[in-house]
Design a protein around this ligand. Sequence first.
Ligand code: AGP
Length: 606
Amino acid sequence: MCGIIGITSNKTVSAAIINSLKKLEYRGYDSAGVATIYDGVIKEVKSEGRVENLEQNSLIKSLEGTVGIGHVRWATHGVPNSINAHPHSSSNVSVVHNGIIENSTILKKFLEGKGHVFKSQTDTEVIVHLISEHLKTKNILNSITTALKQLHGSYALGILFKDEPDLIIGARRGSPLAVGYGPNENYLGSDSYALKSMTNKITYLEDGEFCFIKKDQVSFYNEKGIKINKKVLELSSNQANYEKGDFKHFMAKEIEEQPVTISNGIKEYVDQLNNEINIYNFPWSIDDLNSIKLIGCGTAYHSCLMAKYWFEELTSLDVSIDIASEFRYRKNKFKKDCLYIFVSQSGETADTYAALDLCKQNKMKTCAVVNSVESSIARDSNFVLPIHCGPEIGVASTKAFLGQILILYILTLKFGYVKKDLSKKIYQNKIKDLKKLPKLIEKTLLMDNKIQNIVSDLNEAKGSMFLGRGFSYPIALEGALKLKELSYIHAEGYPAGEMKHGPLALIEEGMPVIVLAPRDSYYKKTISNMQEVIARGAKVLLITNKSKDEILSENLWETLEVETTNDDLLPFLITIPLQKLAYYSALQKGFDIDKPRNLAKSVTVE
Ligand code: AGP
């Protein structure tokens, strides 16, 4: 989850590299650095903290050179400081790296034995000295192929060579990397977002591949060092998507975009005239599928859990879910008639990608539900269901979560209908309800004042609980995650019916408990569970939906009522106040909402 940029040009590159690093900060923001080659010398400038610290580093102004590499870091080995920041350089090689080198300790001992002196605590520095060691007896191409073979683990690399002042080498295994093409210059970047401000012509490297980039020529090689041809993709360039506009934070913008992104998702898959769902080019017969396995991490895992409830309710399919980092090491029983669905906003999450790879090795049917159709998970799945949310920049996922569960809900309806678990009438009525969802989200977004008034109490608490049953339980988990990652307040999502089996002991006077109790079939039971925590002193925020019926409770801290719709769709609406609660809580605390501490947007390492 670090960010890499490289530029080789006919003009000085340090300013352009810094500008691109700012767009990559969502991938990691512990420290940053740039290296160029000028007058036959590798020069590097590195700073702890944000890219703006690097920009203000007095040495940057004198950083000449028409070839350079830059990096924003999310620390894996070695504390965040300017010494451990990338690039790492010897006298003749400089490297930026995203990934983890698992055999770095052994290699470091070997290289120290050869007289190499290390300055940092990072695994990356091993790569620098390994290539330098091979350069003593091999040319650049053979030094690269030999060194890469010796590395165990994952990497996306940008490499400079003192004696080749117009060359950048890129190499990929397990972490994304792309080449961009410009006028009299070419680029290397972690993803298209980093490159989009300079070009929309992109080539993605696949695992094991590497490339030689010069300002007027790019060549690609496979892991044996044999030249290969690669496609140049032309990406849509809608720059507006990448700006905050009038919003204070990307997260605020992305929460407010949800009526549009949900509407876009519906338009992509629903024939609104005939109330039909179209999943074009689905490569298998739905009738031949008897089970579904959904796999993801974090918020994407919560989408999987939400989908499990819908699939169980609306279809006869056997549905299971797994956290990707668990699935990839479990003794899985693979089934030919099972569809393996990988949910990922970025499409680059290392654990989810590894789970996909495991399924591919076992020749399973794989489907990706992603926001980035250019991503590794999308490219390597048999079938892709894009969520069409546009770039999500805020590290805390909001519109992508709603987009993921929308596509999974649409898939549920389609499967339920084709497998005759849903009558045409029910199927089409649910589609009609679905079409009204964007408007309902729009109305539900209008509850900022009530939420802003309660966050100060929430912010004084040392911990909180989010409770829900049935369809609301996955949303309770998601709401707790939002509060944790934005406000750094401990928050636990829990099945409402489970509190009496232990966690009720946590409840003390004034403890905030957010209870999700829309008026679905679980309402009465959840209200009973709510009474149990109120009786023990909890401050309960009840989130339900508008109804003429009285609320079956008093002594509430606050009640938020979302719009009303059929039970299937209430999870979409009760998510909204939870997103806002976390946002306003972090806003009041003055935390960095778009880049919370210790996190990154795309977790491309284990
Ligand atoms: C969600 O708010 C977090 N940023 C995190 O849990 C995220 O959902 C998780 O890392 C998975 O990312 P992905 O969807 O890009 O695979």
